[in-house]
Design a protein around this ligand. Sequence first.
Ligand SMILES: NC(=O)c1ccc[n+]([C@@H]2O[C@H](COP(=O)([O-])OP(=O)(O)OC[C@H]3O[C@@H](n4cnc5c(N)ncnc54)[C@H](OP(=O)(O)O)[C@@H]3O)[C@@H](O)[C@H]2O)c1
Length: 273
Amino acid sequence: MAALVGAGVDVTIGTRHPRGRDDGVSERAVQLDRMTAADDWQSMAASFDTILNCVGILRQRGHETYERVHHEAPAAIARACADAGTRFVHVSALGLAHPHRSRFLTSKRRGEQALQDAGGDWMLVRPSLLDGEGGFGAAWLRGVARLPVFAVPADAQGLIAACCARDVGEALMRLSTAEAGALDLSQSRIFELGGTEAHRFKDYIRGLRALQRTGRALAIPIPGILARLGAHLCDLLHFSPFSFGHWELLRKDNVPTPNRLPELLARAPRRVI
Ligand SMILES: NC(=O)c1ccc[n+]([C@@H]2O[C@H](COP(=O)([O-])OP(=O)(O)OC[C@H]3O[C@@H](n4cnc5c(N)ncnc54)[C@H](OP(=O)(O)O)[C@@H]3O)[C@@H](O)[C@H]2O)c1
């Protein structure tokens, strides 16, 4: 949002909990799990130049299911935007093409497909792991990095090209506001975004540690099957950002191919570690 406001864009935030802001940014009550038909979005799609969807849930709660929030609602927004001629920028994630079993991931994959089926002026953004102030997952990882000892799934061998959340914010601002002719859509409407360096999870945590502490931390490998059980337990207890889906993601490389962040920023991405 900061990038959009900084660029002078008239922003309205869709949120489940409008709180009455005093910074000139307006709000509208929006609940994706209750808005899964294109009709629910028609008037909104007609009143905005762009709808930018950054909604995602880590865990299901009652009516808020992965299927409704990650698939059915984005599909409905995409259809309403295609009908109204409104741009739809949808934030998904890297690594969904692998044959995952987590419904957190498979629902996101179905959301991506629905967007492409709807047609219109859609853009699909797949960021890598984000680092930044205030992020739930980022704060956890920075916290783990401060510990002298940490556990790591032994099968977390995939490469991660973490990137700075501020950079992704700037890229989303550009995708949301640029004239279609100013973006290179000839190759693809899909924008995979990441940092310029890729690391295994263990080395990423050590890199974060080096920014905050001196001395090397001890990484204790946990057998894959135990890490998977731990991930299911975290899901059951809604504890930490570590989930079955993240365990699956960590096992494979998740690097943007190609990385379109430099193209959108017109500069090199900021380094995370
Ligand atoms: N963080 C990462 O490292 C990372 C990496 C790759 C991709 N992504 C993806 O990027 C997106 C944003 O990630 P994030 O880390 O910024 O997530 P986040 O901090 O959890 O923000 C998600 C937002 O979704 C809104 N939301 C949740 N359920 C909703 C519902 N039922 N209806 C309407 N709004 C709802 C919440 O807004 P309110 O509370 O105001 O309603 C919340 O602020 C997600 O799709 C995520 O999977 C994140």
